[in-house]
Write a protein that binds this ligand. Structure first.
Ligand SMILES: [Zn+2]
Length: 68
């Protein structure tokens, strides 16, 4: 996989999110549960993607917990 790293890239997108109770351990901002989508692209053409859920900070964007 290493030799292909210049051709393959991954993008993370937040499809939707809603606030949940919780606090970010880094900045103390509010947490929200988000539907994430990870796209893996080869030469900018998506060939693999998956959806997953994550608890993330709405302020700094750090992922606090993820469910795959
Ligand atoms: Zn934060």
């Amino acid at each position: 996989m290493v030799c292909f790293c210049f051709l393959v890239d991954q993008t993370k997108k937040v499809r939707r999110c809603k606030p949940v109770a919780g606090m970010c351990s880094r900045c103390g901002g509010g947490a929200s549960v988000a539907d994430m989508k990870t796209e893996t692209r080869f030469c900018h053409v998506p060939f693999y993607w998956r959806s997953w859920k994550a608890i993330m900070c709405t302020f700094c964007g750090s992922v606090l917990r993820s469910y795959h």
